[in-house]
Every structure is written in C-alpha cells, then in structure tokens.
Ligand binder design. Sequence first.
Ligand SMILES: [Fe+2]
Length: 299
Amino acid sequence: MISVHPIGKHIGAEIRGVDLTQPVDDATFNQIADAFFKHEVVFFRNQKITPAQQVEFTRRFGILEQHVRKESRLPGHPEILVVSNLLDESGKAIGAQDAGRFWHSDLSYKREPSMLSALYAVEVPVAADGTVLGDTSFTSTTAAYDALPEEKKKRLQGLKNIHSYRYYREKNIQAQKDEQARGVRTVQEHVLTEEQLNSVPDVEVPVVRTHPVTKRKGLFVNEAHTPRITGVDEAESRRLLKEICEHVIRPEFQYQHKWQAGDLLMWDNCAAQHKANFDYDLPMRRLMYRTTVRGSVAV
Ligand SMILES: [Fe+2]
C-alpha cells in the first residue's frame, strides 16, 4: 500500500510503500504518476535497484533520452547519465560533475525538452562530522507563475525566449575561467566538439509554458540556458530575464533535498527547476545515475 507525504508548501513529496526491485502493477504506477505530477518532485528512500531496474521503471513514463555527452553514459546502459565527482585511473571524470552553478531544467534546450528526470543515489558525500553534503534544490515554476500579479501574467503571455546548449557550455567555461582567476576551487569543464554542439541547435520557446499533463502554466525561462527573450529590445530582455529568474527561485517555491544512498528521486522538468549544491570534494564520493524521459514541444 503506497502513501504520499508532501514536504514543501508547493513542491516535493516522499512516496512510501514501494519496492522498485519488484514489479510495479498498473494501479500502483498510476498512483505514483499522479503524485509525481501533483508534487513535481517525488522520492523513494532505501531502494536497492540495479541500473537495469532504474531504466525499466522510468521507461514507463515515456521514451528515455541518451545524453549528448556520450563519454558520461554508463557503459552497457546508454540511457543512464553518470553524475559523479569520481575520476578514473587516468584522472578523467567518470561522469558529468553536475557543478551546480546555475538553475535549470534538464534538456530545456532541445526541441522536445525533457519531461521527467530520475536520479538514483549510489553514493552520497558525507563530511567528517557526519553531515551529508551535495543537496539538490528544486523550485516550482508553476507556483512562481501563480504568484505573479495578473498584469505581469498578461505581459509575459505570448513572449518567447531562446534556450541554448551552446550558450550554457560557454557560460560554464567562462565561469570556470573566472573561478580559476580568483583562485577558487573549480570543476573542470568538458569541452564538447562542434559536432556535439551542432546536434542541439538553439530553440525558441514560450516564456509561459502550459504543462502537457496538468495544464498548469509555468515560467519556462532559466538562468543556465536562456540567453535572451525575443521580440523585445536587448535592455528589456536583460531586465525581464533578471526579474523572472529572481522570482522563480524565491525561497517559498523551493524544496531542498538532502540525499541518502538508495534514494530514487524524480522531478518534473515541465514544472520545476533545480540546482546542485557543489559543497563537497574528493575524497568525499558522490555517484548518481540519471535517466531522463523525453517530453513534448513546449507550448
Ligand atoms: Fe540538471
């Protein structure tokens, strides 16, 4: 018997009573899916699943993506993106480091942006005093939209913005250079090939997006992937971007997840943004497996 325990005011719930190593019947799956779309972030504790079981379970929500960063896919499971700070014997990162510099939703720069991402915690970083580090913060873009004054909703309706993977990569590389210049600890950024970058051309999408399942409206602008709002001049674009990005991450729309090894957590990329908290370093180990379900064109 499953039970759903909401946490944040607008976002986040724990689902209990499910063992994902066992087959999940349709009725239970539907309850999980309902909770997922209602709470935007849901998680199961103490799961002992294999990569194949993660793939099998999350595939029930739709088609799984294979990330453009081929070098970060889990060998034998191309649908799994390794998110980790671990290095192989040659000193190369075994996965995406997920540096957590910017708020975003996954694959928002694709023509069919991701609907759901699922992250399974294999290892979580624990400080000497026992504190678990590497939290992930989530914020509800639907709650943020609902909280806007009516005149602001009207102003934003119909506006569009660009989401760009190339912009995101350049932004990260610049951030890395700035961190190095300041002598601050930094993550080594992968440099992607032109071919990889060209495989994800920029897209123009609505600023106010309607959720394909719940039909709720949400703000589809994020600081990581959005270089500009189109149809307005440069200064207005900058002003609106700053205003929207600051509004979306107001504390009342957020839930911060403290990880335990064995968590499987899923978030709705059509309704939430997230940001990793990069407050740990080797020898503290963080190893996560991510699967991502393809969504539909944003409207
Ligand atoms: Fe992400």
